[in-house]
Each structure stands twice: as C-alpha cells, then as structure tokens.
Design a protein around this ligand. Structure first.
Ligand code: ASP
Length: 343
C-alpha cells in the first residue's frame, strides 16, 4: 500500500460493476480484484491508498440476504481502525436494502461507508462504473481538520451522494438509478465536488463503533391494492412466527375501511404483531388521521412509518427485532430516527 493521505478499503460483493466482458465470447464475468489498478489506471492518480477485499463468491445482488450484510459489517469492523473510509461495490438491485441495513448495524459510525455500483460493467466502453467508483473513493477519502467529512452510510450513483437509508432504486435503465425523495442529497459531483454540510448526519456523542450482527428475518411486506382480499391478508397474518409487518398503504397512509380489514389488523396487533404503516408513494409521508381512511389505523396504534422508505423500514424491523427490542417501546423506538432514516 502506498503512503498516501487517506486509506480506503474497497469491499467487492458483486453486481454489474465488477464484471468484465471477455473479448472472444462476450460473456460477462466477475472481475479479478487483484487486477483492479490494471483495469482502472486512474485509481493510481488518487491521493489515497487503496486496498481491496472481495467476497469469495461475488454475487448478483438479487441473491443478497442478511447473512451477507453481517459479512460486510464484520469486514468493516475488523478493518475499522486501519482505514479512513470504506467503499462497498454492490449490485444496484438491492443496494438500498443492504445500505439501509448497514446504517443500523454500524452504530456510532464516524467514518464514511459508501455504497456504489453501476448499470454497465466496468469494462464497457460507455460504462458509468469508473465515475461512480472514482468519485466514491474520493468522497470516502474526504477529510476536514483531520476528521472524516462523511460519517454515515452513503450511496453514490450518477453524480450524487445520498443518505443510503433514504434511497430507492427507481430505474433499471438510466444511469440515474436511485432517488431520495424525502431527503436532500449529501454531495454532488460536477466541475467541483460539492458537499452539503448542512445535510450530513452527525451522531450526538463520540462513542466507539458498535457493530450489530443479529438480524431477525421474521418480517414481511404487504402492499395494498384495489381488490386486496381477506384471504390474502389472513395468509400473511398467519405466517408461523411472523413478528413484524410493513403495510404499504395508499397516499398519506390510507387503507380501505372494510370492517374485516380493520378487525383483522386490530386482532393481529393485539396478539403482538408489530405493523408499520408505510406509504406506497416514493415521496411524502404517512399522516395517520388526516383522512377518514387512516383514522382506524391510528386508533389501533399501528406504528407510524412517516416518510421512511420500505427498504429502510423492513431492515429497521430486522434490526430492532434482532436487538430484542420488544413490547410497548418497540413502536416508540421505531418512530424515532436512529440514523437519519426518517424525518
Ligand atoms: N442485477 C445486478 C445486481 O444487482 C444489477 C446491478 O448490478 O446493477 O447485482
């Protein structure tokens, strides 16, 4: 490793970014990270020292699961003292889920953890991978007065740095694949790399990093739609061992007023199921009680997801259940912003 200003660890998990096209067959294959600098000579010009570590078997992010999140968190924990920042190369499909999960798992994070990927492989002529990777490394290396500028989990894609747990993948075609409709961007890359300091997350007190590795996957997501029937609801509410449910409602947190729906949900909550009201809209917030169609949900003490994304909600449930938060405090803690995931 060269003796440069910041030390950055790249963690390659898989995804399109790390694939190269074989000249002869045209097949996309996982990238050999030992040859990283050979393939992207521009990395040598950066004012930081870069090491890399790769998943033994890089994966398409559709195959991501909480066990992989624990691997990423553990890698960060074991290298935390030795590096100034971390860049996680990850497929874009489930990047918002993984990055949201990591934001909870890394309590008291004081260094940058930047997720990035690309829509085209790094070997493609028109690739978006190089800019995404190079700028992510630059962002992870940013320091002011010896302190990391970014002290949270971010997601960098197509010129924008987002708070990771505010993002959603919104496009499978455009380079601009992610959006954060309920929170402004943290930084932007144009002629200059512009950081919006007022939007950055800062933990209240300087405490040592605490890595949480227990996640509980006894959770589900249920999306309402016109025609949603009782059979479907019952089948979900009766999943053996189910502990928490994200209910994706309409608009500002509204649901049909059918008496079967209200009474089944009420019963499930009374039996101890945690149900969170999250809007299907990509932007805006649940406001329970604003319309008649959400009054009953408010009365039955459904947890208010406000402006949280589904990705951040489901992973927050896994994290809180894994941390053995239970009883009455569960709803209160869920409704509290832990890592800037809700307003
Ligand atoms: N299917 C790929 C993945 O998520 C897409 C990408 O990398 O953008 O791994």
């Amino acid at each position: 490793m060269k003796n440069k200003q910041s030390k950055i660890l790249l963690i390659y998990t898989g995804g399109t970014i790390g694939m190269v096209k074989e000249y002869t067959s045209g097949v996309l294959k996982a990238f050999d990270f030992k040859k990283l600098v050979d393939n992207i000579p521009e990395l040598g010009q950066l004012d930081c020292a870069i090491d890399s570590v790769s998943f033994k078997k890089p994966i398409d992010s559709s195959n991501m699961n909480p066990t992989h999140w624990v691997s990423i968190a553990s890698l960060i924990e074991s290298h935390y003292a030795a590096y100034d920042g971390f860049v996680i190369l990850h497929g874009s499909d489930t990047m918002s889920y993984s990055a949201s999960a990591l934001s909870y798992m890394l309590e008291n994070l004081a260094k940058p953890v930047i997720f990035t990927g690309s829509q085209l492989p790094i070997g493609d002529l028109r690739t978006d991978a190089k800019e995404n990777l190079i700028t992510s490394i630059q962002i992870a290396a940013l320091k002011e007065k010896g302190e990391a500028v970014i002290q949270e989990v971010g997601l960098y894609f197509e010129n924008k740095l987002f708070r990771a747990n505010r993002t959603t993948k919104i496009n499978a075609e455009h380079f601009e694949a992610f959006a954060s409709l309920n929170y402004p961007i943290l930084a932007e890359s144009g002629v200059h790399l512009k950081v919006y300091h007022e939007n950055l997350w800062r933990g209240s007190k300087r405490k040592p990093l605490k890595v949480h590795t227990v996640l509980d996957d006894k959770v589900a997501i249920l999306k309402l739609f016109p025609g949603f029937n009782r059979e479907l609801l019952q089948s979900v509410l009766h999943i053996p061992g189910l502990k928490a449910l994200v209910l994706e409602t309409y608009g500002a947190g509204n649901a049909p007023t059918d008496s079967w729906l209200i009474s089944d949900l009420k019963k499930a909550i009374a039996k101890g199921l945690y149900i969170v009201n999250v809007t299907q809209c990509s932007g805006g917030s649940v406001i329970m009680g604003r319309y008649e169609t959400s009054m009953e949900l408010e009365r039955m003490s459904m947890i208010n997801g406000r402006d949280i994304t589904t990705e951040a909600a489901i992973t927050k449930l896994m994290y809180l259940l894994g941390s053995e938060v239970s009883g009455k405090s569960f709803g209160t803690i869920f409704e509290t912003s832990l890592r800037g995931e809700m307003t």
